[in-house]
Design a protein. Structure first.
Lengths: 298, 154
């Protein structure tokens, strides 16, 4: 009798357990479905943004070119002794050409990344020179908005701080950060800090601009994503910069972090570990290609 | 004659007309080697995660993109899909530091097998799973892949 009772209890326990398990897997399924929906939404959005990008190309590329052509034609027809007008127009040409060059570099970088044609070109980079060069390239644009740059070098005794990494990739990453900082601030300063510690290069770019809301922090690395896409947006660009930065940093085994408060400003910080140069890690030791007898062959 | 050597980085793809030796190092990542025995050309990808989720750039860090791009690149060099055969490597469950990376090797293996099957490309040999990393060298002229196990990394 007692034995049967025990079996009943056991059965009930077992049933309960199974129900629990079922509930658990239902919950998991629900979670997966939600995730799937999210991904689906993202993909649809990405597709829409992509077509938007193509339709935007006219504004972003053809129009600047047209201005450059017209402006240079005007310069050619200017009479002697009108240097001021020439300077003005040359300035406009420079701005248009600079933006165009910058945007094309980003578009090509994105194309390269998406085609899987990235490779690492490590050199011994003079970090401060590179940072200064990037700052210099944005100085005209910054002056227009009365923005000043402040470059702070943390904990290094000499000018000649050298760091092994891919200089072109680092330059593009930095340019994108500085460009955003200039774009989203007015009449303020931009603070750039750099340091190297334990083989990791850290560079931060801080602006006192419009800032980014919590929600938007999640999407700013998506391609073609721009937060101010309204018709009144005064800012140009493809929204490629940060997605390129993320991809390039992934490639360099680096990281990017954002600290930002709406209407206060944003700080973007990148960390890059020092690269072992190509030569050391790979091609120099020919033994990579000398097959051992214990290699498996497929 | 010595063939040009190419080291394939994660997230990259290499396909060339020229006979070459492509090498890469794999942990939970997967490398798909495709070989066209008629044209005697081949190419390799190296992906880290199974599926692109719409975040960031649609790069070949993701299996679904890497496999599709690799096939298209071979086709653009004149290969016909019927002549392409695949060899699949990697997907080890080496100790993951990040909890999100859990089972990533298995999921990578699955996506490679599924997608190649969908494309109708046979997998003629493979070395996947396990607890160790792998170093492979792919001779794109002969289709031969040599593999060495390495202490778990990446």
């Amino acid at each position: 009798m007692s034995e049967i009772k025990l079996t009943d209890e056991f059965l009930i326990e077992e049933l309960k357990l199974r129900f629990e398990e079922k509930k658990e897997s239902l919950k998991k399924l629900e979670k997966l479905t939600t995730e799937l929906k999210e991904v689906n939404h993202k993909l649809a959005e990405s597709e829409a943004l992509k077509s938007h990008f193509i339709s935007n190309i006219t504004n972003e590329i053809v129009n600047p070119f047209t201005s450059i052509v017209i402006l240079s034609k005007n310069i050619l027809s200017i009479k002697e002794g009108q240097w001021e007008r020439v300077m003005k127009m040359a300035n406009l040409i420079f701005t248009e050409a600079f933006n165009l060059d910058f945007q094309l570099k980003n578009i090509f970088a994105a194309a390269e990344i998406e085609a899987g044609e990235l490779f690492l070109e490590v050199s011994n980079v003079t970090v401060d020179t590179l940072i200064n060069a990037v700052i210099d390239s944005f100085i005209t644009e910054a002056k227009k908005k009365r923005i000043v740059f402040e470059f702070i070098k943390i904990e290094t005794e000499t000018e000649e701080l050298r760091f092994k990494t891919d200089s072109e990739k680092l330059r593009l990453i930095l340019s994108n950060l500085v460009e955003n900082a200039v774009k989203y601030s007015k009449n303020e300063k931009i603070i750039i800090k750099r340091k190297v510690q334990d083989g990791v290069l850290t560079i931060s770019v801080q602006d006192f601009g419009i800032g980014i809301s919590e929600n938007n922090k999640k999407v700013i690395f998506d391609r073609f994503k721009r937060l101010d896409t309204g018709i009144n947006s005064i800012n140009r660009g493809h929204g490629l910069g940060l997605s390129i930065n993320k991809a390039l940093l992934d490639f360099l085994s680096g990281q990017i972090d954002i600290e930002s408060t709406k209407n206060v400003g944003s700080t973007f910080t990148i960390n890059i570990p020092e690269a072992v140069s190509d030569a050391e890690s790979f091609s120099a030791d020919g033994s990579d290609y000398i097959f051992d007898t214990d290699d498996e062959i497929f | 004659m010595e063939k040009p050597k190419h080291f394939l980085y994660p997230g990259a793809i290499y396909v060339s007309h020229e006979p070459s030796m492509i090498t890469t190092i794999l942990g939970s990542c997967i490398a798909v080697c495709l070989y066209d025995s008629v044209l005697q050309i081949g190419g390799m990808n190296h992906f880290m995660l199974p599926l692109w989720n719409g975040q960031g750039l649609a790069s070949p860090r993701y299996g679904n993109i890497a496999i599709d791009k690799l096939i298209r690149k071979l086709e653009s060099l004149g290969s016909s899909k019927a002549n392409i055969k695949a060899k699949v490597f990697g997907g080890g469950e080496i100790i993951a530091t990040n909890i999100n990376q859990f089972m990533i090797g298995d999921r990578n293996i699955r996506i490679a097998k599924d997608l190649l099957h969908e494309e109708g490309i046979p997998i003629v040999s493979s070395s996947v799973g396990g607890k160790l990393g792998r170093k492979i060298i792919f001779n794109t002229q002969t289709g031969e892949v040599r593999q060495k196990y390495v202490g778990g990394q990446k």
